[in-house]
Design a protein around this ligand. Structure first.
Ligand code: ACM
Length: 621
């Protein structure tokens, strides 16, 4: 039989529920099942034309009624507004034969979202005169008379060995600057704030003053941007600059879709061009455990792979084929060293106690309490993704993982997740009930605090500080040493800061780079927290000037969750140009930000991204 074709149509039979109609043009004569991925929960009782026999996360399996080629399924109370919401990764499975289970690919022949007026993808940017400049906007930049000619092999003198700094500069510019006593570019010591620099380009030479290595690096990066826009004849300028926030972070979810090392290094280089100084590496999630842990080889042998017939079924972009990947410890070390060479520290994240489907599938004997009959459903529709804070195996697992993570990552900050633990978990676990009685806990969420407090103490004994999503405050057990990543709103971050916690601002409404940039149905991305366009991202302010606990706002974190990021082009598209806007939110003082001026500087930056073959989204408002 030739490959079946499937058509997908979305129907709205009432205000809140979405019906998805799936029609196959032909089906095998023997019994078959339809497999696909859909980021929604299907109401099993709604099914027409078949039975829902499995759903876990986004993975769904339907057995048709005899003779049926049409299926209808209902997703209750959900929005469905984008082509990227539609189900994908279809295939049929046929009964076991002597050759084993048979898989038959299914081709999508048509899809209809049932929304007839696609919203515009955005408005053109205001007509402004292009101006070469620096992103993020420095505190002061003035043009001086004349030009300086930057030769390919110009010489640089400065304190100590400059090999690492010049290596970074040369990597960004493809120049070949060398250290020498007799030099036209000097790095000099200056009284400047942390990471601050003064860059002076005059016809006779260039001077970068700074009080620390980070300052010289930022001065060189600004010089690199200037060179990449002007070429060798650099208009003379004086720049004085320092960051608003000390931590400027890009997060990438490598759990949902594995991102190859080359993509990560490319991202680190791009981050360095915009003065980000931390990479938050989200290494584990329900759909994949990506970091080799020597104590538990199955974490990656099993937990890093998904596909038909595997412990973890197909997820997200789906398909029957084995999909995944992991980072060996050697690769993790390599990435840490590469990031350090660009002035970036890698903060690893092991996301617990929720988001642990892959870990639990890899180590069921350690992480499952057979008598636990609690029922829950996570926001991404897993019913088996939470570690049990009352099992000895959980602590054994986490301590070995933290041991190895601390060995691999020199960062003083280790992120332990803590987000989105679903309601209903642990309520029917005898071990949890015993722990609650023993500890005198009244609220089930105290168990989460209990586990995270243990991790905080364990990390502290190794000289590390725990970072977590804002839910680590639930259960009121972690100390104010913990750094809070506030993601549900800026207000959540302001509240945590006012309560005495250091905070990274990651408000989804502005800083989540996985959100779609517009209402257009073809615009890829999620939209649960809105569709922030470039101007909205640019214009946000994480900490009002009159906010009394400003000192507790350590920085700005822009996450890219990867449910929909399955190719490098999509990675580029979601990151750029909004990452330039978040760079300016994190670095520049509110009084130095100006949307019109940013638009004027944008074409110069896009030309740099073009040189680097970055497939950015055409900027719009
Ligand atoms: C999160 O978006 N769950 C931190």
């Amino acid at each position: 039989m030739s490959t079946p074709l499937i058509t997908i149509a979305v129907q709205r039979r009432d205000e809140e529920d979405v019906w998805i109609l799936l029609t196959l043009d032909r089906v095998p004569s023997e019994p078959w099942q339809l497999h696909f991925c859909l980021g929604r929960h299907i109401d099993a009782s709604s099914l027409e034309g078949g039975e829902l026999i499995h759903q876990s996360g986004s993975y769904k399996v339907i057995a048709p009624h005899p003779g049926s080629r049409e299926l209808a399924l209902c997703c209750r109370k959900t929005a469905f507004k984008r082509l990227t919401d539609l189900p994908q990764g279809f295939f049929l499975s046929l009964p076991e034969s002597r050759e084993g289970a048979q898989i038959m690919p299914v081709t999508i022949a048509g899809q209809e979202l049932g929304l007839d007026s696609p919203a515009p993808a955005g408005k053109e940017l205001a007509e402004v005169e292009t101006e070469h400049g620096i992103v993020p906007q420095p505190r002061r930049l003035v043009r001086l008379e004349g030009n300086f000619r930057l030769a390919e092999r110009a010489h640089v003198r400065g304190p100590g060995n400059l090999a690492a700094l010049l290596g970074h500069f040369n990597d960004l510019t493809s120049l070949a600057l060398e250290q020498d006593h007799d030099a036209e570019i000097s790095l000099v010591q200056g009284e400047l704030p942390a990471e601050g620099y003064r860059l002076l380009i005059r016809p006779q030479g260039i001077e970068i003053a700074a009080g620390d290595v980070a300052g010289w690096r930022h001065g060189l990066v600004s010089l690199a941007q200037w060179y990449l826009q002007h070429g060798e004849s650099l208009p003379c300028i004086e720049v004085e600059d320092a960051p608003r926030f000390g931590l400027r972070v890009i997060h990438l979810d490598c759990g949902r879709h594995f991102q190859p090392m080359a993509s990560l290094k490319r991202l680190l280089r791009q981050m360095s061009l915009y003065k980000f100084n931390r990479f938050h590496w989200h290494l584990t999630d329900d759909e994949g455990w990506r970091l080799e842990i020597k104590a538990f080889p199955t974490l990656t042998e099993v937990g890093a792979w998904r596909g038909h017939g595997l412990a973890i079924g197909p997820q997200l972009s789906g398909g029957a084929a084995r999909y995944g990947g992991c980072y060996s410890q050697a690769e993790a070390r390599e990435l840490v060293a590469y990031a350090a060479s660009l002035g970036i520290e890698v903060i690893p994240e092991i996301d617990i106690p929720g988001h642990c489907h892959a870990a639990i599938k890899a180590l069921p004997e350690l992480l499952i309490e057979p008598e636990d009959h609690s029922r829950y459903l996570s926001v991404q529709y897993f019913d088996d993704n939470v570690l049990n804070p009352a099992l000895p195996g959980t602590y054994h697992f986490l301590e070995r993982v933290m041991d190895e993570v601390c060995e691999l990552f020199p960062s003083p900050l280790i992120h332990m997740g803590g987000d989105e633990v679903p309601h209903g978990v642990w309520t029917d676990s005898p071990a949890c009930q015993r722990l609650m009685v023993q500890q005198g806990y009244q609220d089930i969420r105290e168990l989460q605090g209990h586990l995270l407090r243990h991790c905080q103490g364990y990390l502290a004994a190794k000289g590390r500080r725990m970072v977590g999503w804002e839910e680590i405050l639930q259960g009121d057990k972690v100390s104010q040493e913990a750094i809070i990543c506030a993601w549900t709103s800026f207000q959540a971050g302001l509240d945590a800061a006012a309560a005495g916690y250091p905070v990274l601002m990651a408000a989804a409404q502005y800083l989540y780079l996985d959100l779609a940039c517009s209402e257009n149905i073809e615009e890829p991305g999620l939209y649960w927290a809105g569709t922030p366009n470039l101007e909205q991202v640019y214009s946000c302010d994480p900490a009002p000037a009159d906010f009394h606990a400003n000192d507790n706002i350590l920085g700005v974190l822009s996450p890219l969750w990867s449910e929909l990021v399955h190719t490098r082009d999509r990675l580029d598209y979601m990151l750029f140009p909004r990452m330039l806007a978040t760079a300016e939110v994190a670095w520049s003082l509110p009084g130095d930000k100006d949307w019109g001026h940013f638009c004027a500087r944008l074409p110069g930056q896009l030309a740099i991204l073009d040189q680097q073959q970055v497939r950015y989204r055409t900027p719009q408002r």
